[in-house]
Design a protein around this ligand. Sequence first.
Ligand code: SAM
Length: 196
Amino acid sequence: MKTSASLREYYDDWDSYDQELLGDGYYVPVRTAQLTFPFLKHGQRILDVGCGTGLVGYYLRRLGWTGELIGVDLAKRRLAEAKKKNVYTELIPANAYKLPFPDASFDAVISSGVLGLAGPMALEQMILKTKPGGVIAATVGDIMNIGIAHRRFVRVVSRIKGQKKCFLGVTHDLGTGYTSDKNNERYYLYIMRKNA
Ligand SMILES: C[S@@+](CC[C@H](N)C(=O)[O-])C[C@H]1O[C@@H](n2cnc3c(N)ncnc32)[C@H](O)[C@@H]1O
């Protein structure tokens, strides 16, 4: 797993994220938005953790979702790109491991393409910031299909469930995450509800 500093540097240095990834048919954010949308209500307050260039927000708005959408990311340059999409209420530089919001302050907390990199423990923060009864939607991606990030994530989810903090609604196998076969990755989306 990479450190937050190296991830920030890596994503701050990446010039054409949208062109490159969407060019390879990267569909993780669009599927995350589509599959999470039925669990959301209009007018809610939602947090997008590791929002990057703002693809999840863009697709949620395309689906017609209306409400307050806050995006956070380590990389300021990604946030500047997300701003251009004009779909976030607010964009804030922050680490997924220390989200700068009061506990239980969001109706839903979403994260696409981040926890396989940042590590599964960031899920604890996402749950902490979700209101009781709220929704947590997080993807985990495994590079080279080796399954390590996913296995770690599953362990964290089962511990959290054991502590009765949330229950698992659905799990989606998102396949390779790309319509091109360029990347040998495997993505899963977990949609959970925080216990009331
Ligand atoms: C693969 S991109 C995903 C971006 C976007 N959510 C998407 O699906 O296109 C990963 C993003 O996570 C951010 N990131 C990585 N570790 C993070 C952390 N600890 N806290 C906040 N953001 C982080 C990176 O800066 C990058 O923008």
